[in-house]
Design a protein around this ligand. Structure first.
Ligand code: GRG
Length: 295
């Protein structure tokens, strides 16, 4: 990782880490609700989505502070999705990022409401953004976020994923589920950066292609980490358990096949950056970070 990228990553994360709790603390709402929102917002996420948005601004030489409210809004939507994903009615998880899940600490009803409040608040953050964004830009960002997070994006992808469980999917079907469940919000992070930076429609559509590749890379890498992490954690040979899960890339393609696919999409992401004349910017570093990360 280049020193420049390392510094950017740290600075961007610090900005987001400082700003996110401020929005919640200033809300006129019940202490318990705010505590539950803060608990998951401050639980140590990697902040990949906000960093993607801020990196687009940096790549286009725009002040990154112009995107801070929107970057935090995306992290709120992401955090809501994890809180709800962990609920007993969904994945029923006890731990998230090594800590008890929101509903384990605050109870199911409060966790549902904390997720609802995070989602709703995200739209207010964009509408009330301090940055010099025109009303038209704010409406475009809000419309794109609703699409990425809603029924045709993340929420519908979550439902499709639930109903795909135990079924044998093709790689195309799997890619489609993940494109909606996790890819759309990652791609939106890039799109929001493009909208704030005011790039041309042509560049925006190329950046969108890059965003789609990033979404895929993130998911394939996540599945690979699950297999390698599981095997290391329980001392079994790599590929023994998680690799048998047919709704993951290693499950469908084998671990080596998934790694090959990861590198194919990484090359494609770099090619799109080339076409945008953005090779050598932080966006290339970020793509590399997503492919080489260890958690
Ligand atoms: C409940 C509407 C609703 C949607 C849930 C995102 C999602 C949809 C579920 C998460 C399931 C999951 C673990 C998917 C794998 C990819 C993923 C989104 C991992 C978590 O994202 P990171 O690694 O998380 O960015 P951190 O902890 O760093 O914030």
């Amino acid at each position: 990782m280049s020193a420049l990228f390392q510094t950017f990553l740290e600075e961007a994360r610090q900005l987001v880490d400082k700003k996110l709790p401020e929005y919640v603390r200033e809300l006129e709402a019940e202490h318990r609700l705010k505590e539950a929102m803060l608990y998951s917002l401050e639980a140590g996420g990697k902040r990949v989505r906000p960093v993607l948005l801020l990196a687009v601004l940096e790549a286009y030489n725009q002040p990154i502070l112009h995107g801070l409210d929107t970057a935090c809004a995306i992290e709120m939507v992401h955090t809501y999705s994890l809180v709800h994903d962990d609920l007993p009615a969904m994945d029923d998880d006890d731990l998230r990022r090594g800590q008890p899940t929101n509903h384990k600490v605050f109870g199911e009803a409060t966790a549902i409401l904390a997720g609802d409040a995070l989602l709703t608040q995200s739209f207010a953050l964009i509408a009330n953004a301090d940055a010099p964004l025109s009303a038209k830009t704010k409406v475009s960002i809000i419309a794109a976020l609703s699409k990425a997070a809603g029924a045709s994006g993340m929420v519908g992808g979550q439902l499709a994923d639930m109903f795909a469980e135990g079924k044998q999917l093709t790689v195309e079907q799997l890619a489609n589920v993940h494109k909606r469940k996790t890819g759309e919000l990652l791609a939106f992070s890039i799109e929001a950066g493009a909208l704030i930076a005011g790039v041309s429609n042509e560049e925006r559509s190329k950046l969108n292609e890059f965003g789609q590749e990033i979404g895929l890379l993130f998911q394939i890498k996540d599945d690979i980490l699950d297999v390698e992490g599981d095997s290391i954690a329980i001392g079994k040979p790599v590929g023994s358990d998680a690799v048998n899960n047919k709704s993951t890339y290693p499950g469908l393609l084998g671990l080596d096949g998934a790694k090959t696919m990861l590198h194919t999409h990484y090359d494609r992401a770099l090619q799109v950056l080339d076409e945008l004349h953005l090779r050598g910017t932080l966006l290339e570093d970020l793509a590399k970070y997503i492919v080489t990360r260890d958690h």
